[in-house]
Design a protein around this ligand. Structure first.
Ligand code: DGJ
Length: 733
């Protein structure tokens, strides 16, 4: 049983296969956090450090205390399970609200709890799920504030076989007056020491998910988004790693938020060298009016503990997110190798050009032709037409239906680009509905990529998006959508909401977006959905509940991609990461990478071509066919196996990645050198987790190795040329 309640000690013990998470009730009322880490069976006296007898643990009188029977104790010292604003715990808070009389004090204490098999859905929000109730147990702990009638329900799900604890929070207003919520984080965890490094993912457009690792220090540290969406710049994830933790060894705690809007991931180190970690919707520019009888649900936070290093943490996220967050027809299927025209033509194409690209794509054995931006309205540059979703007949005289049919007749599936959430000020839609964008009347409307954002906090605008997409998908043979999103928010406001609800717009927008995505995914289960946000600008777990894959970055330079894909894989599995072979050199890097290296790098994600294929040489065509064939050979292992990051491009001038099938019978080893050396050193890459006594045959070289040799001695590489890569396929004999 993953969740046990120890009645005498008033302890809740959540267990996954390898982890324990324990909290209890202090003074029968206040939830206190005791432990999160390696699995324990016997937990006698886990809370002793807070007992009266242990008088060495206490605070000096300057700290106020809410506990009349224990003056040494204070909220400032006690590890809180979910800290509220309005008591002596003055550290970073998870919950705050304003009440009718202007007060901001919340004292929510234990009211009841239930434990049950399975996992409930989160209303209107993406979340992990179970396929069978026996996979997990859920605890709902209700805390009640007598003065306001507020019930705050802390929800925990422990998966039995996956080392993940999923948390979310529900706030029910059971009082007589409306309440203004000003912060409802999804999770907070107090640790009794501060010996951690803070690992986060940050970057910018074309340089997403670069890994940063800094020691925790006294005070607060955070990574957060305030731009309406998770973004290129910050990702809704952080990890606390022991200073000696590496990819392969040591303790790491991961915190990941299944949400696509403004978020905060933070830590605070206290005067007692404790540390608090928290994650949730960013309280920045957020408030929510909760009327009597209404409920607010905070998004899901997924906590992962690993004592097998950062790699162990990532493999847990990959498994959970690939199998119990992603959904639909494509979840367990390999994806078609595709060809996309964007980098080859940008806006400048016509039907003839697209058909010429498709012809070559077919010859290269791609299976899907994607028509990117520029096919609608007067869209010959990024200055117009978002919202005018009808085909440009000058470019496509036979419309989308006609083009799609011709492409289908070639034996290819057809896919189409949309940017459904946007509106160009130069568009028919804007002329008709100038108030449909996110804005504040009488204030400037800053443009991003010449466009504004549709106000998805409004139901009628969500319906408009659902209708035009449904119309396209019902009337055309479209098998794939690339769903783009190309600007951040600014001047946030909605003309449809009253003054006191303007701080709800950013979250309401995300709820509207999720409603649209849910409808499209449910109505058109045969359509493969690829997300995109100027590359990886909104590539977060929330998106993974709807999109089958995600365009990882607008930077498809193979060497830059080594870091982008490596960093992204801290949380996101390879099956989600769109990666294409494109032209080299790419402006402005001017790096000449071999075509095969670009192929190998793309094969470690979801493979495709992105170029004007109509112009490629016979030699390149032959390589493209070889790449598709190799990709087909390894796709099961890359998509559904375990990933081991062996050598980091952030630390070395090369990168190695292993993919291992679940039954350990197949191994794919990718190795890419960034800088070559004349008469240079030898590099031995040691694999992980193979069967030690099994014999593995390398298909490319014919050499046989034992699992032990591959893991302990390693495979030797020499770096003779810059950007040289290898991809080895091992099969168990
Ligand atoms: C940004 C995307 O990331 C690109 O792949 C491409 O679809 C362009 N938008 C089209 O405008």
């Amino acid at each position: 049983m993953p969740i046990t309640y120890h009645e005498k000690e008033q302890l809740f013990h959540l267990q996954t296969k390898n982890t324990s998470y324990i909290f209890g009730l202090f003074n029968n009322r206040h939830p206190v956090h005791y432990y999160y880490g390696k699995r324990m069976e016997n937990i006698t006296n886990v809370g002793f450090f807070l007992s009266q007898e242990n008088s060495r643990c206490g605070v000096y009188g300057i700290h106020p205390t809410e506990f009349e029977n224990n003056l040494l104790m204070s909220g400032d010292l006690i590890p809180a399970e979910y800290p509220f604003y309005g008591n002596p715990d003055l550290k970073s808070t998870a919950f705050s609200a304003e009440y009718k009389d202007g007060s901001r004090i919340t004292e929510a204490v234990y009211k009841s709890h239930i434990i049950y098999d399975g996992k409930p859905k989160l209303s209107g929000l993406p979340a992990t799920y179970v396929e069978d109730d026996s996979e997990a147990q859920t605890l709902e702990l209700t805390l009640h504030d007598d003065v306001t009638g507020l019930d705050i329900i802390l929800c925990y799900t422990a998966y039995a076989e996956i080392d993940a604890i999923c948390r979310s929070v529900r706030v029910e207003n059971n009082g007589a007056d409306k309440v203004k919520l000003t912060s409802v984080l999804s999770a907070s965890v107090d640790f009794l020491d501060k010996d951690f490094d803070f690992i986060s993912l940050g970057g910018t457009w074309a340089r997403e998910n670069q890994i940063s690792r800094q020691p925790l220090f006294f005070g607060t540290q955070s990574t957060e988004s305030r731009r309406g969406s998770s973004g290129h710049i910050h990702s809704p994830f952080f990890a606390l790693a022991r200073p000696d933790a590496t990819e392969r060894h040591g303790e790491v705690y991961g915190f990941s938020l299944v949400y696509s809007g403004n978020f905060i991931c933070g830590t605070e180190v206290t005067e007692f060298d404790h540390s608090r970690a928290y994650i949730g919707i960013n309280p920045f520019d957020f408030a929510w009016q909760l009327q009597p009888g209404e409920t607010f649900t905070a998004p899901e936070a997924v906590l992962v503990y690993s004592d097998t290093g950062i790699g162990g943490m990532s493999r847990t996220y990959h498994k959970l997110y690939r199998t119990r967050l992603a959904r639909g027809n494509f979840r367990d299927k390999n994806r078609p190798p595709l060809a996309n025209n964007w980098e080859g033509t940008t806006f400048h194409f016509d039907e003839e050009k697209i058909l010429a690209i498709a012809k070559k794509a077919k010859e290269a054995h791609a299976e899907l032709m994607v028509l990117d931006d520029g096919w609608f309205g007067e869209r010959n540059s990024d200055t117009t037409s978002l919202g005018d979703w009808y085909p440009n007949l000058k470019k496509l005289p036979n419309g989308i239906g006609g083009l799609a049919k011709k492409i289908n007749d070639m034996g290819l599936l057809f896919g189409l680009w949309f940017e459904p959430e946007m509106i160009s000020p130069v568009s028919e839609l804007y002329k008709k509905h100038p108030d449909w964008c996110i804005h504040v009347p009488s204030r400037p409307k800053s443009l991003g990529r010449n466009q504004l954002i549709l106000d998805l906090s409004r139901d009628e605008i969500c319906e408009f998006v659902i209708d035009f997409l449904s119309d396209f998908l019902e009337n055309n043979p479209i098998s794939y959508i690339k769903w783009d999103y190309n600007r951040y928010f600014s001047e946030i406001g909605s003309v449809a909401l009253p003054a006191e609800q303007q701080s709800e717009v950013a979250h309401r927008y995300i709820l509207g977006l999720y409603r649209i995505l849910e409808t499209i995914k449910t109505r058109f289960p045969h359509v493969l959905l690829e997300g995109c946000a100027s590359g990886g600008g909104r590539f977060d777990p929330g998106q993974m509940h709807y999109f089958d894959q995600y365009w990882n970055s607008d930077n498809s330079d193979a060497i830059d991609r080594l870091k982008i894909q490596y960093g992204t894989s801290l949380v996101m599995p390879p099956i989600m990461q769109g990666a294409h072979v494109s032209e080299a050199p790419q402006y402005p890097i001017l790096r000449h990478t071999p075509h095969m290296t670009r192929g190998h790098v793309a094969m470690t994600g979801q493979f495709g071509f992105e170029a004007d294929l109509s112009a490629v040489s016979d030699e390149t065509m032959q390589e493209m066919r070889e790449q598709v064939a190799l990709r087909k050979k390894i796709e099961d292992v890359v998509n559904f196996g375990d990933m081991y990051r062996l050598d980091s491009p952030f630390e070395k001038d090369y990168s190695s990645i292993e993919f291992l099938s679940e039954d350990k019978s197949r191994v794919v080893l990718f190795h890419c050198c960034v800088l070559g050396h004349r008469n240079g050193p030898h590099y031995f890459v040691k694999l992980q987790d193979l069967e030690p006594d099994a014999t593995y045959v390398c298909e490319e070289t014919g050499v046989e190795y034992s699992g032990s040799v591959l893991c302990n001695h390693g495979v030797m590489f020499m770096h003779r040329q810059d950007f040289e890569s290898h991809l080895y396929n091992f099969r168990k004999k």
